[in-house]
Design a protein around this ligand. Structure first.
Ligand code: ZN
Length: 509
């Protein structure tokens, strides 16, 4: 058994049959059956066994011998089926591939001046592929039904009396109820799947042709970009073209200014709280760490809310992730472990250790590379920053994932904010790490030309269309940030911050 996929591996083999059934599946099914019957009448036992039966696929057409091809030509002519069986579109299409299997059938129809028209070819292929691309759709089911019929006729397939709805099959497709139709079609698709997965010569030839067909199409036909949903929603008139300050359609313009104003209002509340709460100057470390974290978080929120260039998740993701991390830290500082005096000390030490490590690396680099003005300036600045609060000889370097010695997820669990970890950090991390769904969502567009299969291309527009989604998210997160800051600031004794700060407004869902 091999992994055989319908569109990728099998559809190219049925490009002829697909053209016959495109349009009305049931009517096409009868037409295809009439052609098959004509061919069966001149080919013994329905096909060139043992390599597989004639099933309407191009590969099975190709395997007919010279004399069999002559007999097929004669019978189609005699029964007036040549024009039905071989359309001009099919003839144009197949002649685009000089070594296509079954091209002798395409050559039954003469093209004016023997000229192959790529536009006619693409038109035929688009229609044929679109008709059967969905393996469970009407067109594909009609193809599979005729294949199944050929298998039965050639006795390549037989069933125990109860294993298949034979009686219903006899009345299919015209004289069945909807539920009988579903039963018959599901059975047909299941038995088709079983034969298509065989690791035999017929399937190997089909897959080889499929590869040639799809690969050739890159040079034969142009890409066709899908209309991007977000461009449509935002209007193609790009706000960034006008300096990023222009209004966005309707309600969204309000959202934009509202998000910025909302973050500003929360910031004012935060600042009042921070400045009016006693920092305990004998050891102000906790007040400093909490306020520094919150200040950074608000600045991120404001940047996203106020700058249209950051409204796209592609750009705001890393910033919102950082915000969520800040909120998790603040929430953790409100846990019993986070309230221990060592907690904020560890936070500072952790970051300072990383800076010290950078200084050591930079010095090592300077020893090897020799001095330069830029490097010397950099080292001088580092020297000052590293020793700002504490001599570097007293600083340890930690290689833990976070300052607390637990990973962020465990901190979120301890602080009872796992929702933040799962619903914000997770998706925003996928942006930060450029995971595949993020690339298709923001940076790619689909080529929808059926002859190209669906495939992804880079977006043609460097400038994104704008909707203030991330601006609204930033404002909502800023509300949680303020709550977490205030909760962490409450002293262990239960003494509330001195400011008469009202609790942050509940952010909307
Ligand atoms: Zn394409």
């Amino acid at each position: 058994m091999t992994d055989v996929r319908w569109l990728e591996h099998l559809v190219p083999d049925y490009l002829w049959a697909a053209g016959v059934v495109a349009g009305d599946g049931d009517e096409g099914l009868f037409t295809l059956a009439r052609i098959h019957d004509a061919i069966n009448s001149v080919i013994p036992a329905g096909g060139p066994s043992p390599d597989g039966v004639f099933d309407g696929g191009l590969v099975s057409l190709e395997r007919l011998s010279g004399s069999e091809r002559d007999r097929v030509r004669s019978i189609l002519t005699a029964r007036g089926l040549v024009d039905v069986a071989v359309s001009a579109g099919f003839a144009h299409a197949l002649r685009m591939y000089p070594s296509a299997p079954g091209n002798w059938l395409a050559n039954l129809v003469a093209l004016p001046g023997d000229h192959v028209d790529p536009l006619e070819a693409e038109k035929y292929l688009n229609r044929a592929i679109a008709a059967i691309a969905d393996g469970r759709g009407h067109g594909a089911t009609a193809i599979k039904a005729t294949v199944f019929r050929q298998m039965l006729a050639s006795r390549a397939l037989s069933f125990a009396p109860d294993a298949f709805p034979m009686e219903e099959l006899g009345r299919y497709p015209k004289d069945v109820t909807p539920s009988e139709r579903r039963l018959v079609e599901a059975s047909i698709r299941a038995s088709y799947l079983a034969t298509a997965a065989l690791d035999d010569a017929q399937n190997a030839a089909r897959i080889a042709w499929a590869r040639r067909f799809w690969d050739a199409n890159w040079n034969l036909y142009a890409c066709r970009a899908a209309v991007l949903e977000d461009d449509e929603a935002a209007g193609k008139d790009n706000a960034l073209d006008r300096g990023g300050t222009a209004a966005v359609a309707g309600d969204e313009a309000d959202d934009r200014s509202q998000s910025g104003e909302r973050v500003t209002a929360l910031w004012d509340d935060f600042l009042r709280t921070a400045l009016q709460t006693d920092p305990h100057l004998y050891d102000p470390g906790r007040h400093e760490v909490l306020s520094g974290l919150a200040s950074h978080g608000f600045r991120l929120a404001f940047a996203v809310a106020a700058h249209p260039g950051l409204w796209i998740g592609e750009f705001s993701g890393p910033l919102l992730r950082s915000m969520a991390e800040v909120i998790i830290y603040l929430a953790w500082f409100a846990t019993p472990e986070g309230r221990e005096p060592a907690a904020h000390v560890r936070f500072k030490e952790y970051g300072r250790g990383h800076l010290k490590l950078l200084k050591l690396h930079a010095e090592e680099f300077a020893d090897r590379a020799g001095s330069s003005e830029m490097l010397d300036d950099f080292l001088e600045d580092l020297e000052e920053e590293v020793n700002l609060e504490l001599g570097e000889e007293w600083q340890d370097i930690s290689f833990e994932g976070t300052f607390s010695g637990r990973d962020l997820r465990k901190m979120a669990i301890a602080a009872d904010v796992t929702w933040l970890y799962k619903l914000v950090v997770g998706p925003a991390s996928s942006v930060l790490h450029s995971e595949w769904p993020v690339l298709t969502r923001y940076a790619m567009e689909l080529c929808v030309n059926p002859v190209h299969r669906p495939h992804w291309l880079p977006r043609r527009d460097l400038k994104p269309a704008l909707r203030p989604v991330a601006g609204v998210s930033a404002a909502v997160l800023a509300g949680y940030l303020l709550d977490a800051y205030k909760a962490a600031l409450v002293l262990p004794s239960g003494e509330a911050p001195r400011a008469d700060a009202s609790p942050a407004e509940e952010p909307p869902d």
